[in-house]
Design a protein around this ligand. Structure first.
Ligand code: ZN
Length: 271
């Protein structure tokens, strides 16, 4: 059986910690000295995800989002963070995160979204190193109207309550696509400066979105807002395959727990 230290070397090879942003907190938040019984991959760490890990016989959970990213004053057993950590320590479950260091690499979070959308000539939207960087930009094999492309995005992603929201004219043609997994409004300027016809990311706010659509440009930039969980969950399967390829004997599962907090949406005229 494989030890945690051994599998952590694979994680470092796949997602070097040095690639993480300075504000980020990738790596282990809990660990143990037991052999790894199985790995569960998830976007977030929640009590339900840890219970799933235990039910599936996994004592290592690899999440995209760090569990303790912001300053934590206490981990009391009855608090949000404390209850999860108490459970993890009680049941000897190691928790590991690969966050911005997993965003930038080939077959990382943004790269997988670009590939699943069928883009070609995929390159980082903002290059940080050889074939690495923030977001991705690529081309569709055949251009299509924005409305049809948005439907393609919705079909590519897992179901989410709010679907995809689109800023742009339904008829405008889409050929070059920029995207960023997670909350990528900090790369709107990079998308505006690129050849992209559309920029896909999550958690877009009113003002940056409005300003982007109104920015003078050869052709207006359309924006598509997608579920943060749905977009990033595409990476889990690819990460699971990479771990399985490195350690054939280890059981690797992708979490079935949907951690998208949005459960339903409703509009005027609907019941
Ligand atoms: Zn994220």
């Amino acid at each position: 059986m494989i030890q945690l230290t051994e599998i952590s070397r694979t994680f470092e090879a796949l997602w070097p910690a040095a690639g993480a942003e300075l504000w980020d907190a990738p790596g282990f938040v809990t660990s143990h000295s037991d052999a790894v019984t199985g790995v569960l991959l998830s976007v977030d760490i929640t009590g339900a995800v840890l219970a799933e890990a235990r039910a599936k016989g996994c004592n290592l959970v690899v999440a995209h989002h760090p569990f303790l990213l912001k300053g934590t004053q206490e981990v009391n057993h009855d608090s949000l963070k404390g209850s999860v950590l108490t459970y993890a320590l009680k049941h000897s479950i190691a928790i590991f995160a690969a966050h911005t260091n997993a965003d930038i690499v080939e077959d990382g979070v943004s790269d997988v979204i670009a590939k699943k959308l069928g883009l070609t000539n995929i390159e980082p939207l903002v290059t940080t190193a050889d074939s690495e960087g923030h977001g991705r930009i690529g081309r569709l094999v055949q251009s299509m109207p924005l409305q049809k492309f948005a439907a393609h995005v919705a079909e590519t992603l897992p179901f989410s309550a709010r679907g995809v929201s689109v800023a742009g004219s339904p008829e405008q043609l889409v050929e070059t696509v920029a995207l960023c997994g997670g909350a990528g409004d900090s790369f709107i300027d990079a998308a505006l400066a690129s050849e992209a016809d559309v920029y896909i990311t999550s958690d877009l706010r009113h003002h940056p979105t409005l300003d982007a659509t109104l920015t003078p440009r050869v052709k207006p930039l359309a924006l598509i807002d997608v579920s943060h969980w749905a977009a990033e969950s595409l990476w889990l399967e690819s990460a699971a395959n990479a771990i399985t390829n490195a350690h054939h004997g280890v059981t690797v599962h992708v979490s079935e727990v949907v951690t998208d907090p949005w459960v339903f949406s409703i509009n005027r005229g609907e019941r």
